[in-house]
Design a protein around this ligand. Structure first.
Ligand SMILES: Cc1cc2nc3c(=O)[nH]c(=O)nc-3n(C[C@H](O)[C@H](O)[C@H](O)COP(=O)(O)OP(=O)(O)OC[C@H]3O[C@@H](n4cnc5c(N)ncnc54)[C@H](O)[C@@H]3O)c2cc1C
Length: 504
């Protein structure tokens, strides 16, 4: 049963063996795995359960309902939008369904450099097999590509670059194109309709609209959590306390760090909240005059180019190019200009193909605890910025090779690229905050996992070195950025942590 705490009329106090905070990829899998082992599990989720029937595909309403800060969260300098989901199922409800098993190169590196033998490709393979099965992951056939993604494929092939269609956790997806506003057809196999129901079938109790504000400690160990039930306007209405011998924090890399910092969690490594990776992304547009691309229709992300990806091809530039569509509101945040200039751009919206550049960042930012909200400090380093610019040029090259008349970047103002001779204008641009529209859809690393208590926030079992009973199971335990879309890695790492808790 899912209990919406917005209905509470009195304080709520519960007792469980394990309390899981957050119900996204990490929390949902952890709850399922631990409940299946026979433990009494309570799940607390800050956002509501939004069933498919409530997903009305209206951008303003759904962004407010399904994202933290209505999708307007950003780094402190405003240089990068930071999007992550809020609600039962977390970001898996709003994501684009791409499923990459963590590449062997990444797992081998993490296992060696961080002392994490459980993460070798051989040991992770059966975990990924089960996760793929539960999520119903299948490879998209080329016939399923929309014109937008097809342009990327054609451009990449003309240049001889390696690429492929995505694997996706979709069941009978007909391509409505509203993935980031929640799937009104339940085709997306999010955690809310896969691992959460499995957790409940195994006995887990799930409470939505409970914002956890503190981890509770007694004599140095975690003993539960406290927070507030929220009404539909997110105003606190009743206190909620859960007493539990094991606390699993799975709030995502921004909110987990925020919660643990606010709670004053002992951390000898000094790394809690640091090592924030954001996988900076930016759109690059190809203009195909007279062709109807309608990038927001059909399967949004269908095709990627792995030619320049470190994890996939070993390339040092380390970025992916991914076809991506955007609803008009998001598209509006990308195009610069005002008034007539902006209107002119928008008049041709249906003729634009869009490619997302997804950078594997090597340098990091931090999350600190501000006045009731996390402060995200992150500036693209010079080295990362240069690789990003090369990603922009590769995307432009693919669009021009596919026959685009021009390629536009998300710089402010946009750089208009017609031939390679124009490319210097991109490389010469310093990437100051705000110089180019950038977004993060993947946040990682603020509670990194490893075998050294002076360097890593949680140990190889996902437990805080200094605090018995306190575990983290989500994207914050990534030792570094994964370089590929991370949801399957999150599920996989949560499985490692949950298996340990289940067996204890
Ligand atoms: C628009 C978008 C598109 C994406 N597309 C893809 C994709 O195609 N492929 C891919 O691999 N990845 C994609 N991702 C990323 C992927 O979905 C995430 O990396 C993954 O879901 C992270 O899992 P998590 O458990 O760390 O956090 P989340 O899934 O974000 O879950 C965290 C949960 O904790 C809850 N929470 C936070 N704080 C509290 C609190 N104090 N109390 C109670 N609950 C709390 C949140 O509300 C949320 O439900 C996308 C993300 C976004 C935003």
């Amino acid at each position: 049963m899912i209990v919406p705490a917005s209905m509470l009329t009195a304080p709520l106090t519960l007792t469980a063996q394990v309390v899981v905070v957050g119900s996204g990829a990490g929390g949902a899998l952890a709850a399922e795995r631990i409940a299946r082992a026979g433990k009494d599990v309570v799940v607390l989720e800050a956002g509501p359960f939004v069933p498919a029937a409530r997903m009305n595909q209206r951008e303003r309403e759904m962004m407010r309902l399904l994202y933290w800060e209505g999708g307007m969260r950003a780094t402190e300098d405003g240089g990068m939008g930071v999007l992550h989901g809020r609600g039962l199922g977390g970001s898996t409800v709003v994501n684009y369904l791409d499923c990459f098993r963590t590449p062997a190169r990444v797992l081998d590196h993490w296992a060696d450099a961080r002392g994490l033998p459980e993460l070798t490709p051989g040991k992770m393979a059966p975990r990924f097999d089960r996760i793929f099965e539960v999520l119903g992951v299948q490879k998209l056939p080329e016939s399923g590509l929309n014109p937008n993604n097809r342009k990327l494929m054609e451009g990449g092939r003309a240049l001889g670059w390696q690429g492929d269609t995505f694997h996706r956790n979709a069941n009978q997806c007909y391509g409505s194109g509203f993935c980031d506003l929640g799937c009104a057809y339940n085709a997306k196999q999010s955690a809310a309709i896969t691992f959460i129901p499995l957790a409940m079938a195994a006995g887990a109790r799930v409470y939505t609209e409970v914002r956890v504000d503190r981890v509770l400690f007694d004599a140095g160990r975690a003993v539960g959590v406290s927070g507030m039930a929220l009404d539909a306007d997110r105003k606190p209405i009743q206190p909620v306390t859960v007493h539990a011998e094991t606390v699993v924090v799975s709030c995502g890399a921004i909110e987990s760090a925020h919660l643990l910092l606010r709670s004053g969690t002992p951390d000898a490594s000094g790394q809690l909240g640091r090592n924030l990776y954001l996988h900076p992304s930016c759109p690059v547009v190809g203009h195909f005059p007279g062709e109807r691309i309608a990038n927001y229709e059909g399967v949004k992300q269908g095709y990627y180019i792995g030619e320049f990806s470190g994890p996939l091809s070993g390339h040092p530039d380390d970025f992916l190019l991914e076809g991506i569509g955007a609803p008009p509101g998001i598209a509006a945040t990308v195009f610069s200009g005002l008034g007539a200039e902006r209107q002119a751009t928008f008049a041709h919206l249906n003729e634009y193909a869009v490619v997302g550049v997804l950078l594997r960042d090597l340098d990091t930012g931090t999350v600190t605890s501000g006045a009731g909200r996390p402060k995200i400090t992150y500036a693209l380093s010079r080295a990362d910025g240069l690789r990003m610019q090369r990603g922009v040029l590769a995307a432009a090259r693919a669009m021009l090779a596919a026959g685009a008349a021009v390629s536009l970047t998300s710089h402010n103002p946009a750089r208009i690229l017609r031939t390679e001779a124009d490319f210097g204008r991109v490389l010469d641009t310093p990437l100051d905050p705000g110089a180019m529209a950038m977004f993060s859809f993947h946040q990682m690393g603020t509670c990194r996992m490893g075998d050294r208590r002076d360097r890593d926030v949680v140990n190889p079992e996902g437990r805080f070195w200094e605090v018995p009973g306190l575990y983290v199971a989500d994207s914050s335990i990534f030792p570094e950025s994964s370089g590929v879309n991370p949801q399957i890695t999150v599920y996989g790492l949560a499985d490692v942590v949950a298996e340990g808790i289940a067996s204890r």
